[in-house]
Ligand binder design. Structure first.
Ligand code: SF4
Ligand code: FES
Length: 334
């Protein structure tokens, strides 16, 4: 703030002062008021001109320079925290060796390409691949959108684990030889390089009727009131509704990988999501839907799906909940 007041003074004071002094100079000369007065006027004009040069530099040159964000925070009157100082510098940048396995649709083989890229402590695997694609090899095919763990489209296998590339930090996953291996997900058909085909995954999801069913069909067209839920009712299905359909659980599941008929953890977790929702009226027909060998009974409770899930949906647990409900229904008949 102090700086801007100085700028205003040094620019606007000469703007007004110089014409006034010139006017006085002309008056003094016209009335021959002596050399002493002229000297004072000359010195004042010189002083104002220096002010103007300083102000011009401050306003029109210094402000064009990019400022550090901490200066901007300070100028805006915001508190500068100690953690703000923890910024990446060139000193902590590193060179990583990215070993990218790319699926070649012509040869139907995975071919490994190695790239070297500059990364810093905040770089994600996705950032690094995008950087490589921009600067070194525009032919790499990968899928991504949000770059913040929301859209679920950047699933890849990094150092042997299925993860969201945008949420995987390079520094934390670098091996001792400063390398990282990246491959496409194996639990889905491969299309090109790191891109996999999700058609089958989406149709399995669609097969479990992933929407609320109501017996009163007229509600759809003439809604009269909202469906009020208590906090407990909400908590029964909320964790399972966080699924972003990234397919990592399917990729991690050892059963899906040997038995393609198994519907997989993602679709089953979404059965529980709707079954547990008090607004849904499909009821136990949802249990009948999955009471099959290719559905809940194929799950061997390996738990790899829950470990891979980036959203804490815990598909392995939901499948066991469904099994328990099916057994309860079969034993009690209700
Ligand atoms: S359950 Fe988890 S891992 Fe599976 S698709 Fe949903 S968010 Fe992804
Ligand atoms: S790019 Fe959207 S989840 Fe990674």
């Amino acid at each position: 703030m102090r700086r801007s007041w100085v700028s205003i003074f040094t620019v606007y004071a000469p703007m007004l002062g110089v014409p006034v002094l010139l006017y006085l100079y002309i008056i003094f000369n016209a009335f021959h008021l002596g050399t002493a007065s002229n000297a004072v006027l000359y010195l004042s004009m010189l002083g104002l001109a220096v002010f103007a040069i300083v102000g011009f530099r401050d306003v029109f040159i210094d402000r064009q320079k990019p400022r550090h964000f901490l200066d901007l925070k300070e100028a805006a009157g915001q508190t500068v925290h100690k953690t703000d100082m923890d910024t990446t510098t060139h000193e902590d940048a590193k060179i990583v060796e990215m070993r990218i396995k790319r699926f070649n649709p012509q040869s139907k083989l995975l071919e490994e390409n190695t790239y070297r890229a500059r990364v810093d402590r905040y770089s994600s695997v996705l950032d690094t691949i995008i950087d490589i694609k921009r600067k070194q090899d525009p032919t790499i095919a990968m899928r991504y959108s949000c770059r913040m763990g929301i859209c679920g489209s950047c699933g890849m296998v990094v150092n042997g684990k299925p993860v969201l590339a945008c949420e995987t930090n390079v520094f934390k996953n670098m091996k001792e030889d400063a390398s990282i291996s990246v491959a496409p997900m194996q639990g889905h058909p491969l299309l090109k390089d790191l891109v996999t085909d999700f058609d089958d995954f989406f149709s399995r999801h669609a097969s479990i009727s992933p929407h609320l069913h109501r017996t009163d069909e007229t509600e759809k067209y003439e809604a009269k009131k909202e469906y009020i839920q208590t906090k407990d009712e909400l908590n029964k299905f909320l964790p399972f509704s966080y699924c972003i359909m990234c397919g990592l659980c399917v990729d991690a599941c050892p059963v899906v990988n040997v038995n393609p008929m198994f519907i997989g953890p993602q679709a089953l977790s979404q059965v529980q999501r709707y079954y547990a929702d008090s607004r849904d009226q499909l009821g136990e027909r949802r249990l009948d839907m999955v009471d099959k060998l290719t559905h809940v009974w194929d799950c061997e409770f390996a738990g790899a799906c829950s470990v891979a899930c980036p959203k804490g949906v815990d598909p392995a647990f939901t499948i066991q909940m469904l099994k328990t409900e099916i057994v309860r229904k079969n034993l009690t008949g209700k």
